[in-house]
Design a protein around this ligand. Structure first.
Ligand code: 13P
Length: 245
């Protein structure tokens, strides 16, 4: 279902005391946000997110999940375990996992499938590196990443997930894709989903800040954002969640 959506990806940040403050402020200040709001926290903080956000419209979730339902996979966490904490979202295929943990597009698709099987919504990340963009390969790279999910899940199911276009060169660099650059790839992603594309939620991630969120979210195919650094501060995250006309 296409819906305005802003999700914070805390990455490997946080500690109990500062999380409590941030989660409390999210609850106070974003319950009436004009979009779906979520936070994806490190696994050990899922219970804290549940305890402090339960009963308000802000959702929570994790940044990864195993492709396997259970078994001898030391260190992995299943989607069903994440679901037990009342979660709504699970990020899969973030570029940091693709590059630092050698996750292939097929592995990412298997994770998205496992997340859906647990009744949660995967946020499937796709995006090209600077080298790939400069070589004119943006669409080919994004297509390969999406097609793995399309062949495993089918377009109607993928349209029920969230797709996050995160150009690798814009993540944590302060170098945002221009609204036009982001819009072009979002339109490509929607078209790749065929008839289901019009109903899909496609969000942008990569150095989204209060100063650039409104012009990005105003683009016709951008439904919101996946926010890294700026999701750690209520003063930055709140205006991003409100940056819709
Ligand atoms: P930044 O917003 O810190 O660039 O991170 C984006 C991101 O990777 C969100 O998943």
């Amino acid at each position: 279902m296409r819906a305005r959506t802003v999700v914070g990806n805390w990455k490997m940040h946080g500690e109990l005391a500062s999380n409590a403050k941030l989660l409390g402020r999210l609850r106070e200040r974003l319950a009436d946000a004009p979009c779906r709001v979520g936070v994806c926290v490190p696994f050990p903080y899922l219970a804290q997110a549940r305890d402090l956000l339960d009963g308000c419209p802000i959702g929570w979730g994790a940044q990864d999940a195993s492709a396997h339902p259970r078994g001898a996979y030391t260190g992995e966490v299943s989607a069903a375990m994440v679901a037990e904490f009342g979660s709504r979202w699970v990020i899969v295929g973030h570029s940091e996992r693709r590059s630092l943990h050698a996750e292939t597009s097929d592995r990412v698709a298997a994770k998205a499938q496992a997340v859906m099987a647990a009744g949660l919504t995967p946020i499937v990340c796709v995006g090209e590196t600077l080298e790939e963009r400069e070589a004119g390969r943006t669409e080919a790279v994004v297509a390969e990443q999406l097609d793995a999910c399309l062949s495993r899940l089918g377009a109607p199911a993928l349209a029920e997930a969230v797709i996050a276009y995160e150009p690798v060169w814009a993540i944590g660099t302060g170098r945002t894709a221009s609204p036009g650059q982001a819009q072009a790839v979002h339109a490509f992603i929607r078209a790749r989903l065929g008839a289901a594309g019009a109903g899909a939620t496609v969000v942008y991630g990569g150095s989204v800040k209060p100063a650039n969120a409104r012009e990005l979210f105003a683009m016709p195919d951008i439904d919101g954002g996946l926010i890294g650094g700026a999701s750690l501060s209520i003063e930055e995250f709140e205006p991003i969640c409100r940056a819709f006309d």
